[in-house]
Design a protein around this ligand. Structure first.
Ligand SMILES: C[S@@+](CC[C@H](N)C(=O)[O-])C[C@H]1O[C@@H](n2cnc3c(N)ncnc32)[C@H](O)[C@@H]1O
Ligand code: SF4
Length: 407
């Protein structure tokens, strides 16, 4: 039977869809800093070349005003983590990050030993800067290395070379920030398997607590999409992925998500909250939020103006900061799956109920279809993508896609 035929049979019963949240969801905070030294040709993040000196003070003021605006939506919940991403947050002075974090702490309760991550580009971290970030309250770094090969780094338009990348990781250790992540990409223009393995070995030798290993994708609206570089073919990419997964396992990094590997106890708590469909505030240009009000059984998504100028103007004028839409119960299970099925551990029935406010019975027919197609595995209360499902994740997720007008 074709996948489509099975999907039609597995359709949901719309009448069973109503939220019944029982407890407040965990809450985290994402802060977006939208500027970089130079735009990388593969990058479709909301990042803009800083052509003039950045008014850091003005931007931090705007972030805190943005947070003030969203405060009524979080109802006294404590923050579990903060992630300052970009863009290139390490462009900001440690004093600015300090002012930001003091402002957040003055407004929101925080759990003890909260994870606070800052993204850093090796081209922007002069000697001593990580120690100052640490004094400001940062306790985790995510360093965008991408590769340690000077030729490859040049081919993907990075502002740094191998030496700066290594130095950044060493500086993190020196600053007492051993809890750091390295972002690496594979499938780079003309990259060979040996080069991908050499990059990974260099990364492991630097002893990061966490490694994010992304396949380079050509995203619409990027320079590389308009001018595609010569990439390795699908078979070469598959070989790289398999070989790199083996090396990472041998070196003590356990894969817990499609692209994320960590030493014991060093999974990224902030990203885990997204993948487990928790709530999050988002402040800064283009930042997104998902917030659930269990007292009125409502969930909503919010977003802020994407262009830094429009964002700053909206804050200055106290006008609408972006947009806002209700998260519909019939979309919540699909959105949960998009996230939770990326995790190697999958999800439990109780997590599904807690985070979507829905019963698993509403999607039982789809889960059964996933089992029959060998895309899903069940182990008691736990559901996860099978190894076949991990390889064909889009097919698996397609089973959960709401059929608009038919649901
Ligand atoms: C928002 S960037 C933050 C890091 C920092 N801005 C830097 O580049 O040094 C997060 C990571 O996403 C990954 N990334 C960005 N564009 C990508 C693409 N087209 N394909 C795969 N990974 C990508 C890169 O590894 C990058 O470090
Ligand atoms: S430095 Fe990072 S965020 Fe900025 S353009 Fe490059 S990949 Fe994107």
């Amino acid at each position: 039977m074709s996948g489509r035929g099975i999907k039609a049979k597995a359709r949901r019963d719309a009448s069973t869809f109503a939220f019944a949240f029982t407890a407040p969801l965990p809450l985290t905070l994402y802060v977006h800093i939208p500027w970089c030294v130079r735009k990388c040709p593969y990058c479709d993040f909301n990042s803009h070349e800083a052509r003039a000196p950045i008014d850091e003070r003005g931007y931090i003021d705007a972030l805190l005003a943005d947070l003030d605006h969203d405060m009524p939506l979080v109802d006294g919940r404590a923050l579990q983590s903060i992630f300052i991403g970009g863009g290139t947050p390490s462009l900001f002075a440690p004093e600015s990050i300090d002012r930001l974090l003091c402002g957040v702490r003055a407004r929101l309760a925080c759990v003890p030993d909260m994870e606070i991550t800052l993204e850093a580009n090796p081209g922007t971290v002069e000697q001593g800067r990580f120690a100052e970030f640490r004094s400001a309250g940062i306790n985790r770094l995510s360093i965008g290395v991408q590769s340690f090969d000077d030729d490859l780094l040049e081919r993907i338009g990075r502002i740094h070379g191998r030496r700066e990348a290594i130095r950044a990781a060493e500086s993190a250790h020196d600053a007492g920030l051993a809890n750091f992540n390295l972002d690496l990409m594979y499938g780079l223009p003309k990259q060979t398997l040996d080069q991908a393995l050499a990059d990974l070995q260099t990364a492991c030798d630097l002893e990061p607590a966490h490694l994010s290993h992304y396949q380079l994708t050509l995203e619409p609206n990027t320079w590389f999409h308009r001018h595609p570089p010569p990439l390795p073919d699908d078979e070469q990419i598959w070989d790289m992925q398999e070989a790199c997964q083996r090396v990472l396992a041998e070196q003590g990094y356990t894969q817990y998500e499609v692209s994320a590997y960590a030493q014991d106890g060093r999974q990224c708590r902030h990203n885990l909250n997204y993948w487990q469909f928790g709530d999050y505030l988002g402040i800064g240009a283009g930042a997104h939020a998902k917030l659930t009000d269990t007292s009125i059984q409502q969930a909503r998504r919010l977003w802020k103006h994407k262009q830094p100028k429009a964002y700053l103007q909206s804050i200055a004028e106290h006008s609408a900061h972006g947009g806002d839409t209700a998260l519909l119960p019939e979309d919540a299970s699909f959105e949960f799956m998009i996230n939770a099925l990326r995790l190697n551990a999958g999800f439990t029935e109780s997590l599904y109920r807690e985070r979507t406010g829905l019963g698993l019975e509403t999607i039982m027919a789809i889960l059964q279809t996933g089992l029959e197609q060998n895309l899903l595995e069940q182990d008691g209360e736990t559901w996860r993508a099978s190894s076949h499902g991990q390889r064909f994740l889009n097919d698996l997720l397609g089973l959960f896609a709401p059929e608009k007008g038919n649901a």
